[in-house]
Design a protein around this ligand. Structure first.
Ligand SMILES: Cc1ncc(COP(=O)(O)O)c(C=O)c1O
Length: 392
């Protein structure tokens, strides 16, 4: 039996790769998980009650695009957060952003661009679904370095003209996973101008938007509005996974132009898996409440404060502007993750598992990604052990 060739070069996913690297070795101490981006702060206290009150909703097929109450709650959040008023037909509910980032590419990437195979741009390192989406639609993924030299964001404007002309979609992640860089309003405005010049769409993955250290990151919807950009250029993805500590709820949304949204919705009506109704009710309450978001952000800020103390005086270690990862320079990320596990039991992700070789360069190779998702004291202990093992 034949298999599709287009996925044949995909590496194993990061976490099975990590298990292969570490699990044949005993941990050097009590294990501390700092690998996966799975928040372990408390979920909002109203989740259980709302779920229980809406159990009967599991007995019906849910509305595909989201209930109008949930879409109204999302529109209200966007208006408060970004000052942008969107009608409900520019919004659709997702089972988390991951499937949305994938399915929107299926709905919106054309077969050809400038008469050739389309290109999908993505930062390198990056959240891995972007590459799989590009391959699924037969596009060429182009991995654009997002390194210290580029402020940990991709410099799409420096790509050759023929690549930009073939570009159908550019993914951007801000705050970025894994580096935590935040795209400024100017960066986003330049990206939109580039998209206008070369006629491509920007898919903005903003699922870490509510986790920041000093100031709230700008959003692409607001920048597009301020610039008077064509709404069709922009698709923005948000999630409750990180904002509300509900990764298992699998709930998010996409906001896009009317025509793009009609295409996304059409595909979902045939092939999508809408969010179960009781979960839509929970999501509705989450988007309406900021208190739990503020409490969780404050806890991350305390952990960043602890991290600053742990690494005080260590050159080259910088805290991110947003998200909940540290992106720490090491000589070799795999060797560092293995040493750390064997000597201390602290588990981190080698940066290269989130990035691709481009020529002989892999921009993640000299890094480890450290998730600050565990409770504060455990995180503090993990960071101290990590510093003593790898940097002292
Ligand atoms: C950058 C980025 N985008 C998207 C997602 C997926 O989030 P969701 O749980 O909303 O599918 C993650 C989850 O780790 C992520 O790190």
């Amino acid at each position: 039996m034949a298999f599709p060739e287009r996925f044949s070069n995909l590496p194993d996913y990061a976490f099975p790769r990590l298990r292969k690297l570490l699990d044949k070795h005993a941990p050097g101490g009590e294990p501390i998980a700092m690998t996966i981006g799975e928040p372990r702060h408390a979920m909002p206290d109203f989740v259980g009650r709302i779920l229980a009150e809406n159990l009967a909703g599991f007995g019906v097929y849910p509305p595909n695009d989201g209930t109008s109450e949930l879409l109204a709650a999302i529109a209200g959040w966007i208006a408060r957060r970004y000052g942008v008023e969107l009608s409900q037909d520019r919004l659709m509910v997702l089972n988390g952003t991951r499937e949305g980032l994938f399915n929107a590419a299926i709905a919106l990437c054309p077969e050809e661009k400038a008469g050739k195979r389309p290109v999908v741009l993505m930062p390198n390192p990056f959240y891995q679904v972007y590459a799989v989406a590009a391959l699924a639609v037969g596009a060429e993924p182009v991995y654009v370095p997002a390194t210290a030299a580029t402020g940990f964001l991709p410099d799409y404007g420096r790509l050759p003209k023929d690549i930009l002309d073939r570009t159908a979609i550019a993914y951007i992640c801000s705050p970025a996973n894994p580096q935590g860089a935040v795209a400024s309003a100017d960066y986003l405005a330049d990206l939109l101008a580039l998209a206008e010049r070369h006629d491509f769409r920007v898919f903005a993955d903003e699922c870490y938007s509510e986790i920041w250290r000093k100031t709230a990151p700008p959003g692409l919807l607001a920048v597009a509005q301020a610039q008077g950009a064509d709404p069709e250029r922009v698709a923005v993805f948000h999630s409750l996974s990180k904002r509300s500590n509900l990764p298992g709820l699998r709930s998010g949304f996409v906001a896009a132009g009317l025509e793009a949204m009609a295409r996304i919705r059409q595909l979902r009506a045939f092939a999508g898996a809408p969010l179960p109704l009781p979960l839509q009710r929970v999501a509705e309450a989450c988007w309406q409440d900021e208190a739990h978001v503020e409490a969780s952000r404050a806890l991350y800020q305390q952990k960043f404060h602890d991290a600053a103390q742990v690494f005080a005086g260590h050159q080259g270690i910088a805290l991110p502007d947003g998200g909940f990862f540290l992106w720490l320079p090491v000589e070799d990320g795999e060797a560092a993750a293995l040493k750390l596990w064997r000597e201390t039991g602290v588990r981190v992700l080698p940066g290269a598992y989130l990035s691709r070789d481009v020529g002989d360069e892999n921009p993640g190779k000299g890094y480890i990604r450290v998730a600050l998702v565990a409770p504060r004291q455990e995180t503090q202990r993990g960071l101290t052990q990590l510093r003593d093992c790898l940097y002292d």
